[in-house]
Design a protein around this ligand. Structure first.
Ligand code: LRH
Length: 464
């Protein structure tokens, strides 16, 4: 058959991109059309996202994609989870907050006073993260007067099509979906005083959301709009006992399951049950990922008044010996933006590093992330009763050879690294399937076979 083309918008916490995806017999390709920086912006009332800047880049990127490839048949949008924009009189009420803004602590107390965490977990299956949307709502005075609340990809889909929907995989990160039925838990919303009217109708990946009038009526197709949902679509699972790590800003470490696990043990280990494409469950735990490195590099670059090059730093970090003393990458003190080297040094019980100590310090960060990955993999296997025999590491972290090798060494199982652009690929594949490019009943296994063929992963054997 012919090669079909789609456009994928993938917004990450540190960068966004617009891609052209091409799919056909033996063909699976991405062409990057636009890439732009993203990050927290500090305003008088806390940390936000500059969604208007993102929107400008998305629109320009899509226009350029259509110029380069006029045969594009649809567009799909994914981004980081949990954050939202409130609409009133059809307009965005205010700049969306960034999930790393600490105001959410208030919301946590307010929610748990009404519904204790244990009960919440049984209903929504989510690990405790202080920024789950439900806590953000509880700290957001603007909610009562809003017409609708739209998660970030849904917000952009609304701007393109005029349709207000909630794509289900991302909606599962709000804390307001019933983990067993995948429907809005309106009873929970009522208990928490969240007006059901702000929760839009749910749609599934593969459904058409609407048509983009400014783009010649191009269909906007729902994908796994939670970036991690799209990334997991493109994990080339090579064993029934495979685990994955989707590693960008976060390291999302876990398994794909057919049904949720909401046992006391899963709750105690703080494992989440997020909704995946085709009704699968992402059973995983959030570990701090490249965030620890990118914030460290940002702090050093500011101190130097010149950019510190991460690639060069990691190369130097590779030639220092493996440090004995590590820190807990999961420590809550590392969550907010700020002076990362000083905070990590505090956890290590030492002074912030001098210039000559930077490679060694970067090595400690990489090894600490890998150690947290290994610990979390072991917990996932034990909780789901699976003998994990391979770990697929996808996302930007797959470029970090030091991290991949350290993860293999510390977990004792081979790491298969790549694809780097798993999220964009998952976005493209779900659109292409909806177009009928693979036959309507193509399974996730079929999609993953195409990923494995087009992007053979790089193997890291564990060393003792
Ligand atoms: C990764 C991610 C993750 C969420 C976090 C908010 O980008 O979507 O799955 O927990 O951002």
């Amino acid at each position: 058959g012919p090669v079909r083309a789609v456009a994928a918008v993938d917004l990450g916490a540190t960068s966004g991109r617009v891609m052209i995806g091409r799919v056909g017999e033996g063909v699976l390709e991405l062409e990057q059309v636009a890439r732009f920086a993203n990050g927290p912006v500090e305003r008088a009332d806390g940390w936000h996202w500059d969604v208007e800047a993102l929107w400008t880049h998305v629109r320009a990127g899509l226009a350029e994609a259509l110029r380069r490839e006029p045969t594009i048949e649809s567009v799909g949008i994914d981004s980081w989870a949990v954050d939202y924009g409130l609409l009133r009189d059809g307009e965005l009420v205010a700049e969306p907050f960034h999930y790393r803004d600490e105001r959410t602590a208030r919301g946590v107390d307010a929610v748990h006073a009404i519904v204790p965490f244990e009960q919440l977990y049984r209903r929504n299956g989510l690990q405790f993260l202080p920024f789950n949307t439900v806590y953000q709502y509880a700290a957001d005075a603007r909610l009562a007067a809003a017409e609708a609340s739209l998660l970030i990809p849904d917000l952009f889909a609304e701007r393109l099509t005029g349709r207000r929907v909630a794509e289900r995989t991302n909606a599962s990160t709000t804390g307001l979906l019933d983990v067993h039925t995948g429907k809005w838990d309106t009873e929970l919303a009522a208990m928490l005083g969240i007006p059901a009217s702000v929760l839009p109708p749910l749609v599934d990946p593969g459904e058409t959301v609407g048509h983009a009038t400014d783009l010649g009526g191009l269909p906007v197709v729902a994908v796994g709009s939670h970036d991690t949902a799209s990334a997991v679509v493109a994990v080339p699972m090579s064993s029934p006992n495979a685990a994955y790590i989707s590693c960008g800003t976060w390291g999302l470490v876990g398994l794909e399951l057919e049904a949720p696990i909401v046992t006391d043990a899963a709750r105690a280990a703080n494992f989440t049950n997020e909704g995946g494409v085709d009704g699968r469950i992402r059973f995983l735990h959030n570990v701090a990922g490249l965030w620890l490195l990118s914030e460290t590099v940002r702090a050093w670059s500011e101190a130097d008044g010149a950019p510190v090059d991460l690639g060069r730093l990691l190369a130097a970090a590779g030639s220092v010996s493996v440090p004995a003393r590590l820190f807990d990458a999961d420590d809550p003190s590392l969550a907010a933006p700020g002076d990362m080297p000083t905070r990590i040094a505090a956890l290590l019980g030492r002074e912030a590093p001098g210039r000559s100590e930077r490679p060694m310090f970067a090595r400690i960060i990489v090894e600490s992330i890998a150690q947290a990955f290994a610990t979390t993999l072991r917990a996932a296997g034990a909780l789901a009763d699976r003998e994990i025999d391979v770990v697929h590491l996808v996302g930007g972290g797959a470029l970090n050879t030091l991290l991949c090798q350290a993860t293999a060494d510390r977990s004792g199982v081979p790491v298969l690294a790549g694809p780097v652009e798993a999220t964009a690929l998952g976005n493209v594949l779900v659109q292409a399937r909806a177009l009928g490019a693979f036959g309507a009943d193509a399974s996730l296994t079929d999609l993953r076979a195409r990923v494995a063929a087009a992007f053979p992963p790089r193997r890291y054997e564990p060393r003792s």
